[in-house]
Write a protein that binds this ligand. Sequence first.
Ligand code: NAD
Length: 290
Amino acid sequence: MKIGFIGLGNMGAPMAANLAKAGHEVTGFDMAKVAIDGVEMAASAEAAAKGRDVVITMLPNGAILRAVANQVIPVMQANAVLLDCSTVDVESARDVAAQAHAAGFSALDAPVSGGVGGATGGTLTFMVGGDDAGFNTVSELFDIMGQKAVHCGPSGNGQAAKICNNMILGATMIVTCEAFALADKLGLDRQAMFDVVSTSSGYSWSMNAYCPAPGIGPKSPADNGYQPGFAADLMLKDLRLAQQAAKAADADTPLGRAACALYAQFVEEEDGKGRDFSAMLPRFEKRGRG
Ligand code: NAD
């Protein structure tokens, strides 16, 4: 396929490299100067999009996605697919898809989980919103960039799935860290705590696969000085998107709201910026109830 790839940062660059390695003809564009093996660089977003079968975007937020969509949709060829893999607000995803449909082609929102490691290794999970035709056209690209793609329904539903998942993750990580800090104060050994919870009803991905306590459970960012991994800043972004969506949909999400406020405090007022989101544990360790 002829692929245009716009937004070649931490995630986009390895994803584009994997598509090129698999034999697709990839033309890239990024505002910053980047060079990727096998990817030809274009001088503008329009030039990267024109004449391509699929245009992939991997951008920081909804406002930038809207701006790039305004540039590329008018030059995209008929029957092309616009495939946005960024994490953005549901409304921007739906508006951009409507704009693409009005111009006569398919658009998919397909945010990912798996982080930079998953992007590099081609093991991302895609959560996809949009029509069947678009999904079927790009499914071979999902197979190259990822290990799984779940079609979640119409436009915006990929973003909806992503923020609901990450709202669960954020709240669960916080309570897992709280519980470790409480266990410490009660004199409960961390290994015993892990052995019980990881095989009892309190188990979760945060405890079992990504344990926030160093030296306990499988290897995780806690064993690496809380270097991300999944940065607290990115968790905060996703929790804010969840709250924005909850507000728009009039959904009551008290724990999601509390998790968002706590990560905001951690990242913006404390030492959470640039640290893994599981660094909530050393945060709680240092604190009393007060
Ligand atoms: P990044 O900041 O490394 O990359 C974004 C790229 O977009 C940058 O290279 C930037 O120069 C480029 N860009 C910005 N505006 C542009 C424009 N108008 N035209 C062309 N290029 C432009 O971010 P990232 O870590 O690659 O994340 C990309 C998206 O993936 C985000 O939406 C993020 O939330 C999501 N995501 C990231 C991770 C992760 O672990 N990094 C995990 C899952 C999802």
